[in-house]
Ligand binder design. Structure first.
Ligand code: ARG
Length: 474
């Protein structure tokens, strides 16, 4: 038997390597160390952690707490740390709890004792708060760009389909004709609100938490206003307890992600339904579908199904952080370390969804012939017949009743509404004239709905123009 090299157990952090070694008589149990460590997930915050530290070092120097030479040594050292992290050569040490400790210890390795001055007047509590905020603002911009791309794809397809009749549904029963462009634009406006929600969340993240230190505020005369400016924040948090103990900005992001996921899930559900043999309104490109391992004929809309499915984790992540935060006494509590994995998972999930939706939409084939045919079936223009009578002076409620009877008559006779003769129609009301049949066409039904927000091609063109303006404004 070959002997395998024995797996090295992970190195434990020595007492002096911990950030708090002084007070402790022995090192942490490796189990406790592994349990409390967050490096596995918070390492993705390194660009923001280093950025915050560089700004903090400069602020310390301005306050006279670092000499110019010390500041330069720290900033240069952090430059090296950043370069190592970017190149993937940074010697991560899992036994050092988190990204903050890893960066600080590496800085000390690189520049010696003076590296130990960096943490003057701050805490990991305000450090993580500022890291998360810087990261969140970047993610807000990325998500908004993804939403824009999705809107553009939808607008392009909507523009091709302003005159394409489609059955509109309520209760998943055929209701009234709409145009396909109108249906697609509905999602564009939903996504516009999502985009605004992310924007609002980003705007509320415009407050600097650094300077709050552990909870009570920094004890050094740091020019926090200047530091805020340096890091791109509009203002300094007016309350240090709030600054380190709140996660509502992050929760807003998670809520906006959950709502966006819900919208895209509904789009995916529409398309999945439309792709069935029963509907037959759309065909997915082979590039955005998969086959079956057993049934050779199958083409499954997996991409759309997973867009729908992944909205579940977006909700779960929101609820996880809400539940984790509930009932936490002020100020910082370690529970809050549990905000990161759900947050990052929502970022990754949403970005994955937003990457796949635009090309999936671009590659759809709409079966407009089938939509058009279906749009006129199942008495879809019955409301228009009632409206016809209303225009002749009949009260709508009465007209509704009359047309209901006409529909019942059609059903027993096996006829469509437009298959009725004028004589037959006049049996129900003498107000019906030759033009009654014109009111029953899909085109007339669509054309009638020209008020703002309606499905008349003319109104849809106006909404399309509005959508384009909104998208371009971002
Ligand atoms: N890893 C911590 C977090 O994610 C950073 C702040 C730690 N502060 C502390 N006192 N343990 O929340």
């Amino acid at each position: 038997m070959k002997s395998r090299p024995r797996k090295q157990p992970p190195r434990e952090a020595t007492r002096s390597e911990k950030l708090w070694g002084g007070r402790f008589t022995r090192g942490a149990d490796p189990l406790a160390e592994r349990f409390t460590g967050s490096l596995a997930f918070d390492r993705r915050l390194w660009p923001h952690d280093v950025r915050g530290s560089v700004a903090w070092a400069k602020a310390l120097a301005k306050a006279g707490l670092l000499s110019a030479a010390e500041r330069d040594a720290i900033v240069k050292g952090l430059d090296v740390v950043r370069a190592e992290l970017a190149a993937g050569t940074f010697p991560f040490r899992t036994e050092l709890e988190d990204i903050h400790t890893n960066v600080e210890r590496r800085l000390q390795e690189l520049i010696g004792e003076v590296g130990g001055k960096l943490h003057t007047g701050r805490s990991r509590n305000d450090q993580i708060a500022v890291d998360e905020r810087l990261y969140l603002r970047e993610m807000v911009a990325e998500v908004r760009a993804g939403l824009r791309r999705t809107q553009e794809a939808l607008v392009t397809r909507a523009a091709e389909a302003v005159d394409t009749p489609l059955p509109g549904y309520t209760h998943l029963q055929r209701a009234q004709p709409v145009v396909l462009g109108h249906h697609l634009l509905a999602y564009v406006f939903m996504l516009q609100r999502d985009c605004d929600r992310f924007g609002d969340c980003g705007a509320r993240a415009d407050t600097l938490p650094l300077g709050a230190a552990a909870l009570a505020g920094t004890a050094f005369p740091i020019d926090l206003e200047a530091l805020a400016k340096d890091l791109g924040f509009a203002e300094v948090s007016p309350n240090s307890l709030d600054a380190v103990s709140d996660r509502d900005t992050l929760l807003e992001f998670l809520a906006a992600a959950a709502i966006t996921g819900m919208h895209l899930s509904r789009l995916a559900a529409d398309l999945t339904l439309w792709a069935t043999a029963e509907f037959g309104f759309v065909e997915f490109s082979d590039a955005f579908a998969t086959g079956s391992s057993i049934m050779p004929q199958k083409k499954n809309p997996d991409v759309a199904e997973l867009i729908r499915g992944k909205s579940g984790r977006l909700y779960g992540n929101l609820v996880a952080v809400l539940a984790m935060m509930k009932g936490l006494p002020l100020a910082y509590n370690s529970d809050m370390q549990e905000d990161k994995e759900p947050f990052f998972d929502s970022v990754d999930t949403l970005e994955a969804i937003l990457a796949v939706v635009p090309p999936m939409i671009e590659s759809l084939t709409f079966r407009t012939d089938r939509m058009r045919r279906a749009a006129g079936e199942n008495f879809a223009t019955a409301t228009d017949l009632a409206d016809y009578l209303v225009k002749k002076g009949v009260a709508f409620r009465h007209a509704h009743g009359l047309v209901g009877k006409i529909v019942r008559f059609c059903e027993t006779e096996g006829k469509a509404l437009d298959g009725l003769s004028l004589v037959e129609l006049r049996r129900f009301s003498p107000l019906f004239q030759d033009d009654a049949k014109d009111a029953l066409t899909v085109e007339a039904s669509l054309r009638a709905r020209a008020a703002t927000g309606g499905t008349a091609p003319e109104a849809v063109r106006r909404s399309l123009a509005l959508a384009r303006t909104l998208i371009a404004r971002a």
